[in-house]
Design a protein around this ligand. Structure first.
Ligand SMILES: Cc1cc2nc3c(=O)[nH]c(=O)nc-3n(C[C@H](O)[C@H](O)[C@H](O)COP(=O)(O)OP(=O)(O)OC[C@H]3O[C@@H](n4cnc5c(N)ncnc54)[C@H](O)[C@@H]3O)c2cc1C
Length: 740
């Protein structure tokens, strides 16, 4: 017997049988979710020895001239038109001129190709538009986001028939049609595939003729743009009890376009999501008849709805919410830095207190990191990838970091951010956070099930192939395929074990770093070390838990966090490289690395402490964390250096907080920017007086220590600061009227 046959019979076969029992049985919906999209840098991290050249050589995301002109033109114009206070507190909607502007300038058609009348923008341009609008008005941003995100436009582009594209896309691009997408229902939230909304294949009358079609009944809720939509992308379960399509009775989840003026459609009621006034509401359909051609992709796409949705989500989840989150992080850092510079307590700017600096430093570093990851993800999308695992990482981690940053900003502003009114630029962002956390895959579920649960299978170099071999209907062919891949997998795991142990015992000192690393070489080495540890820990966890890992959500979540940190930290290293390797930005890189490496060690420790197989945990600990958790997170010095970047104008501050929409003259944000400039401009005068022992500048007027022009500057600065510190109050009668 040849050695390979002996191996197959005596080693691979028992393992094949064991694996068939141990690996999870996958439902169709799970398989479709896992197979959606593709893999990219996540797969590289999973190898345990990422090829950094691939990352560093990748061109950064860039805007075309036309895209830049759109940002400087219509987007800037829209930002100038928006009065968020009026939208939220008086109109409870966008005003008609903004709706008309959005349609006329094709904001709803950013992802629709030019040949169908859209703008045909890159993922990066789309992200930049959302990012800028988010810092002006969440209502405007969400209104623009939704038609360009998962919904009729994207589904038609990928799966529609040519006739459907030609009919619908030009009308969606110029706003003649307003779309929404209805998936969620009261019974089916996170578990959307369990929906009870249903359609039955039957004959009916459509435009005066008897045609083959679908009779629909549904109850959806939380549907963004639903109350004003003219066309509803609807997901439902389709049955064909009379065999009119000639196949199975249960056809599965199907997606169709339903004009909202079709008889039986009930639409128009509104929810109020966390006091935000973008259009959102429930809708229902009772015995609504639509022709079969309304199914996106026509009859041949019947029953493929889930796969279509998962494919569209694989890319879309990486753009909208991460862009909004990146904007919120930058906004928090920008406003908090400026406010902490101008607001004084105990005679000095609050930004000089270490306690406040702790928050400012974190906000600065998070703004750097989330935007780095946003840019990298957009670059990957524009290079044609559809990285499903990375999109899920971005959805969860960008929005969670947004939550931290906005909370920090609230704390730094204190009462100023608590009291509502046109002078408060933060409270609305704060109120909206749970929406970002909930939509497009609620965060707990995304962290516990999607990032690693699906990511491990998708991005692992061998697991998908092993599972395919196990699922083969021909056991002999399955065994042969399994045998081929299993031993490569074993070699890979063994190599990773040696690599992980070698690097852990030497604290990564001898790990490779790319030649371009420069002062960041130790960081690349650290990531090499943790990538090997992650790959090994993932293999051991999968081998010892098998299908039970699905239920071990806390373990899965920790492994997902490690993969996510590796991705986010890769993005930070790349940003520093792409942005011109500025020494002034190094504290931000340092903060992210120190924080991320501490998280990785803490999560690894958590996996080891909770892995049911104690023997495996013992070996893993010896290989991956022999010295225990050594990383403690950012040092105080690093945090303070990051905070200082926010407290004075500088090129590094401009790099960190780029492209924020310009506020309207006289608006609270405009006044904050002016006060910040004046405070920075007058700081040398005040420093000079302090050195001369003069604490109250007014006492120095006319003494020769301060000339009249300087005194006028200080006066102007103090007035500007007083104006910023002011909050709104309202006539009691006007509030009573609002309540009435
Ligand atoms: C403002 C807003 C706008 C929306 N817009 C749309 C839209 O346009 N179209 C649309 O179809 N839907 C929309 N949604 C629906 C949104 O996608 C759902 O709210 C979301 O999928 C979660 O469903 P749920 O709220 O019912 O939460 P539930 O499913 O009840 O979940 C509750 C909690 O349990 C967690 N959870 C659930 N299952 C698991 C699990 N297996 N493991 C761990 N944790 C789990 C969730 O993460 C969540 O934290 C919107 C929702 C909101 C609030």
């Amino acid at each position: 017997m040849a050695a390979s046959s002996w191996r197959r019979e005596w080693l691979s076969k028992p393992l094949y049988r064991w694996a068939a029992r141990a690996l999870p049985a996958m439902s169709d919906t799970e398989r479709e979710a896992i197979e959606a999209g593709d893999v990219w840098w996540d797969a590289e991290l999973f190898t345990g020895r990422p090829d950094w050249r691939k990352l560093l050589d990748m061109p950064p995301a860039r805007l075309s001239d036309e895209e830049r002109a759109f940002l400087d033109g219509p987007v800037a114009e829209l930002c100038a038109m928006v009065d968020d206070w009026r939208i939220n507190w008086e109109l409870h909607d966008l005003p008609p001129d903004i709706w008309a502007f959005l349609k006329a300038r094709k904001f709803f058609g950013m992802i629709i190709p030019r040949k169908y009348g859209g703008l045909g923008f890159s993922a990066y341009a789309h992200s930049e538009v959302v990012r800028r609008l988010s810092t002006r008005s969440l209502t405007a941003a969400v209104t623009v986001m939704v038609p360009n995100s998962l919904g009729p436009g994207e589904l038609l582009l990928h799966f529609g028939t040519e006739a459907q594209r030609e009919h619908w896309l030009p009308r969606l691009a110029d706003g003649r049609e307003v779309p929404c997408f209805g998936l969620t229902s009261p019974e089916a939230g996170s578990d959307a595939a369990s929906m009870v909304d249903h359609g039955v294949v039957c004959k009916g009358t459509w435009q005066g003729q008897e045609v083959l079609g679908i009779r629909l009944n549904w109850h959806k809720r939380y549907i963004t743009l639903g109350p004003v939509a003219t066309v509803l992308g609807l997901a439902f379960k389709l049955r064909d009890p009379d065999g009119l399509l000639g196949g199975r009775e249960e056809l599965g989840i199907t997606v169709a376009l339903v004009p909202t003026d079709t008889p039986g459609v009930e639409i128009g009621r509104r929810h109020i999501p966390a006091m935000q006034v973008f259009q959102n509401g429930p809708n229902q359909g009772r015995d609504v008849f639509i022709p079969l051609e309304s199914v996106i992709g026509g009859a041949e796409r019947v029953g493929q709805g889930w796969q279509m949705l998962m494919t569209a989500l694989a890319a879309g989840r990486g753009i909208s919410l991460p862009s909004l989150a990146a904007a919120s992080c930058v906004f928090s850092a920008h406003t908090s830095g400026a406010y902490a510079r101008v607001r004084q307590q105990f005679g000095i700017p609050i930004g000089k207190f270490e306690g406040v600096q702790e928050k400012l430093g974190r906000m600065a570093a998070l703004a750097y990191q989330v935007d780095a990851a946003r840019r990298l993800t957009c670059a990957a999308l524009d290079a044609g990838h559809k990285p499903a695992v990375i999109s899920a990482i971005m959805k969860y981690h960008a929005t969670e970091r947004m939550r931290i940053a906005v909370n920090d900003a609230m704390d730094v502003h204190a009462g100023k951010a608590v009291i509502d009114g046109p002078r408060n630029y933060l409270s609305n962002v704060y109120r909206a956070i749970p929406i970002g956390i909930t939509v497009e895959g609620a965060n707990i579920l995304t962290r516990c099930l999607i990032v690693f649960g699906q990511g491990a299978i998708r991005a692992h170099p061998y697991l998908m192939h092993e599972m395919a071999a196990l699922a083969d209907n021909d056991p002999q062919r399955g065994l042969e395929a399994f045998d081929r891949v299993l031993w490569r997998h074993a070699g890979h795991a063994f190599g990773n074990a040696l690599r992980a142990a070698g690097r852990a015992w030497t604290a990564g000192r001898f790990a490779p770093a790319p030649r371009a690393a420069g002062p960041l070489a130790p960081h690349y080495r650290a990531l090499e070390r943790y990538a090997a540890a992650f790959a090994l820990a993932a293999d051991v966890t999968l081998a010892t838990l098998g299908g039970a890992l699905k239920r071990k959500e806390m373990l899965s979540a920790r492994l997902g966090d490690i993969l996510a940190e590796l991705y986010l930290l890769s993005a930070v290293l790349k940003r520093w490289h792409d942005e011109g390797r500025h020494a002034e930005d190094l504290p931000l890189v340092q903060w992210c690395m120190e924080s991320g490496c501490a998280t990785i060690e803490e999560r690894l420790d958590g996996v080891l402490a909770n892995l049911p197989s104690r023997a495996a945990a013992f070996v893993l600990r010896a290989a991956c964390l022999p010295w225990g958790v050594r990383r403690r997170g950012p040092s105080d010095a690093t945090t303070m250096a990051c905070a200082e970047l926010l407290l004075a104008p500088s090129p590094a501050r401009d790099r960190l907080l780029p492209g924020l929409a310009r506020p309207r003259p006289g608006e609270a944000l405009d006044r904050l920017a002016r006060a910040f400039e004046l405070a920075a401009g007058t700081a040398p005068i005040l420093d000079g007086l302090r050195h001369a022992g003069i604490r109250d500048w007014r006492a120095a007027v006319g003494t020769g220590a301060l000339d009249a022009a300087q005194a006028a500057q200080l006066e102007e600065m103090e007035q500007a600061v007083a104006d910023v510190v002011e909050v709104d109050s309202f006539d009691a009668a006007s509030l009573a009227r609002k309540q009435g």
